[in-house]
Structure formats: C-alpha cells, structure tokens
Design a protein around this ligand. Sequence first.
Ligand code: HEC
Length: 160
Amino acid sequence: MNLKIKVLAVAIIAAVITSCGGEGKKEDKVSAPVEEQKTVVEETDPLKDKGVGPITNITLDEIDQAKADEGKAIFTAKCTACHKISKRLIGPALVGVTTRRSPEWIMNMILNPEKMVAENAIAKALLAEYVAPMANQNLTEAEARLVLEYFRTKTSAEDE
Ligand code: HEC
C-alpha cells in the first residue's frame, strides 16, 4: 500500500515538473520580436503599410459606382454609430481615408481591428488618440471591399 502511494507521488511530481518545463519553452518562442521590426519599417510610408489581417493584396480598378452605393448602405448600417465621413465622432472622419492608408490596411482595419490596434503602429497611434477601440462589425471580406469602394468616392470635404 505504502509503496503504491510513493510511486503515485513520484509520478505526480514528475508530471508537474515536465509540464512546467514545457510552458517555459513556449514563452521563449512567443517573445521573438520579428513582427515588431516589420511594423517599424512599414511605418515610414503609410501608403505602403498593409496592416495585419487577412488582406494581403488588393488591385484597384476604376471606381464602380454601383458597388460604392452598396458599400454606402453597409457603412450606414454598421459604422455610423462611430464614424461620419466629414467629421470626427467616436472614430476619425473618414473623408480621404483612401489617400492616407493603403486599401489593404483599410480592409484589415475593418476585418481585424483587435489585432490592428495591438500590433500595427498606425492603428496603435489612432487608438492612443481616440481612446475607444474600433469595433469589429463582423463584415465579410466582400462587404469590406464594398465599403472600401464607397470610401474611394469620398475624397474631399464637399462629399457629405
Ligand atoms: C464602436 C465604434 C466604432 C465602430 C462601430 C466602427 N469604428 Fe472604425 N474606428 C473607431 C475608432 C475609435 C477608430 C480609431 C482607432 C481606435 O481607436 O481603435 C476607428 C478607426 C477606423 C479606421 C481608420 C481611420 C483612419 O483615419 O485611418 C477605419 C478605416 C474605420 N475605423 C472604418 C470603420 C468601418 C468601415 C466601420 C463599420 C464596418 C467601423 N469603422 C465601425 C470606432 C468605430
């Protein structure tokens, strides 16, 4: 009986030691600073910064007004609680956003705002300025693309 208990105790101690060792190793890997360095390089030209998220490469053609209109409907339903085109609300005014950010960055900000404000230098600076975090409205990639098309039509202050 006693022997059995001893064996069990040794087994438990061994298991605890092994699992602690395992966690220690995992933490070492997580702290590798590769991603951070990339962000700093991209920060120098905001239009080259594609942000972090599912969108890596967007090709823009002529503005498609029908798609922009669909994007406007999505924007009105999902974004105007915090954004206006022409003036600051809870988030930044979005007039001219396509002239200061890359299309990939804009779509990643819409689709992946949690990671953007945690890891992307421009988004981090915006969060510091606006304090409230940009909300993930769970748009599909296709919907985010339509909203981007709408933003492309809003490049000057006269556009409401
Ligand atoms: C809960 C409020 C809220 C909602 C809803 C919201 N946003 Fe935002 N958005 C923000 C804030 C605040 C920021 C600034 C970054 C930050 O603080 O996280 C921001 C930043 C942005 C930016 C970057 C602007 C810039 O100047 O670079 C874009 C683009 C954007 N939002 C688009 C959208 C779209 C499109 C929607 C709807 C699908 C939306 N947002 C919904 C609050 C919101």
